[in-house]
Design a protein. Sequence first.
Lengths: 286, 387
Amino acid sequence: MVTVLIDGVASGMLLFVLACGLSVTLGLMNFVNLAHGAFGMAGGYVCAVLLNRYGVPFVPALLAAAVFAAAVGVALERTLYVRLYGRDHLDQVLFSIGLVFVASATVDWLMGARQQLIQLPAWLSGRVEWAGIGIGRYRLFLILVCGAIAAALHLGLVRTRFGARLRAAVDDGVVARGLGIPVNRIFAVTFALGSGLAGLGGALGVEVLGLDPAFPLKWLVHVLIVVAVGGANTILGPFLAALLLGVVDVAGKYWVPQLGAFAIYTAMVLLLLARPQGLLAKAAAR
Amino acid sequence: MMVTRRALLAASGAALAAPALAQGEAAKVGLILPMSGPFASTGRQIEAAVRTFLRMSGESHGGKKLEIVLRDDTGVAPDVTRRLAQELVVRERVRFLAGFGLTPLAFAAAPVATEAKVPMVVMAAATSVIVQRSPFILRTSFTLPQATMPIAEWAAKNGVKSAATLVTDYAPGLDAERAFKERFTAQGGQVPLELRTPLRNPDYAPFLQRVRDARPEALFIFVPSGEGAALMKQFAERGLREAGIRLIGTGDVVDDDILNDMGDAALGVVTSHHYSAAHDSAENRAFREAYGQVASNARPNFMAVGGFDGMRLIAEGLKKAEGNLDGERLLAAMKGQSWMSPRGQITIDANTRDIVQDIHIRRVERRDGQLWNVEFDRVPQVRDPGT
């Protein structure tokens, strides 16, 4: 019972790290980026290649994955995305889904279509027994890392100067520019941060979610659910939503396996019926 | 003047046609495989095996030169497979259709084979009913019940009284689940838990936790071949082995193509299948060596052996039909063929056109730093129980 709960929390945390970048671009920058999962995929592949071909230890490989995804994010943001900030959502959707196909085909060509496998270091494999409850070490690691990231993001957005500038830039770009806030640079940094987190999520997820060229599309639905249920303009909302969906997904598969993956969609429908603006959003905010 | 010119034309025409006639008509083989997309590894294995065959046995058989026309159907689009089959028959005038990575793709091409009266060699797809879709279909791969039943019998005979099943929720998975349960319960075993995982987004953790809590003596699994690794890792991480649960399944799960990447989690897994790269015979050693030269030292898997034997069937058919390229003559010549394959003795049954072969029980072991499916038991000449 507790094992199931912890598994659920771990998979929810992972979903959050994958999705939070999207909630930032969608909620704060008002840009629909369906290619978000592609950054996760990029991170995953960097991690797998470093681990398997170059024997880099796991933690540096994770960091490299995040940095690489962030770098790709910046490059694309400066060259491509920046042209679409002012366009309507349909253009953005078409553009970013096209980007997903390009990314998948590229990865297929470079790495082949098969599932990528990684070997975890010894200190992360196996499980610990604690008061009669077995917990996978890697799941515990996921919870700690992702929890720390969530806390850092929340504090960063609410407490720091950068967070305040970002919120100002989003709320009214024109006035923010008038006050001397470098709106474009802030957006670029935010986009890089979101992509980097997705890359980290992808790398962390290789062991749990699997990794192949279909990754961005496979997980797009889950990521979108997290953002939709969580509301797209906070950190806490998607965090809670991801936890909830992770637990529901795992518990559903455990107790009612006949339903398979359907539990998560049921949960989404119910939550959206109850709170169409997202978990924490104030109904009249927008 | 006019006469001379006409004679000249005729003479030069004859001169042009002469070498073509001397060489004889080539026997084209339309090879349709998933060379891209999620099942590309199947396509690559079979294509390499086809080239291995041509390298080992030469290109001329029964006075005809075999010519391969390869087409990529991406593995997920039956309509594409059908269109390609039509194009190959009509435009390329192929005398054989071959390949077919997955069941729906074989289904899609079957009517084309029937209509054009072209023998169709299924080298990979493994659902029982495929051979019934067209009288021109012959199979050189295996069928899922054929590979599944021996492991059910082996488990029952070796003291396993209760076994849970965990399969992917799609047609082959359900086939395997049914075949295992039928044979295992017939031998007095119990199946306390039957789980099906979704084809997309498979996180096996909750399912395996469920198995762990139910405490059967063994867990039978069938998942698409790339997924086996993730499942076995979770199996090890959850401590199911320590809980006294044995992992058994069909050989798809410990595919030779990726077995080495699976790591220690795969050690000790017992499976039943028709081919292991570790099979101990002169035929297999020769096959593996030639395959390694064609495919840069890769290891052939069970898909490759299906492709290799498919080409052999085509070559033997041509020989027996003495180079006659009529579809019905070729089909008749191919039926009932029997030979020593790298996997062991196999026969293409003359009535069902399906393959009859030995199924081996194997255990994953480490030898010379590599993981292998080491065969330790054999069920001779198994036919598909559905036919």
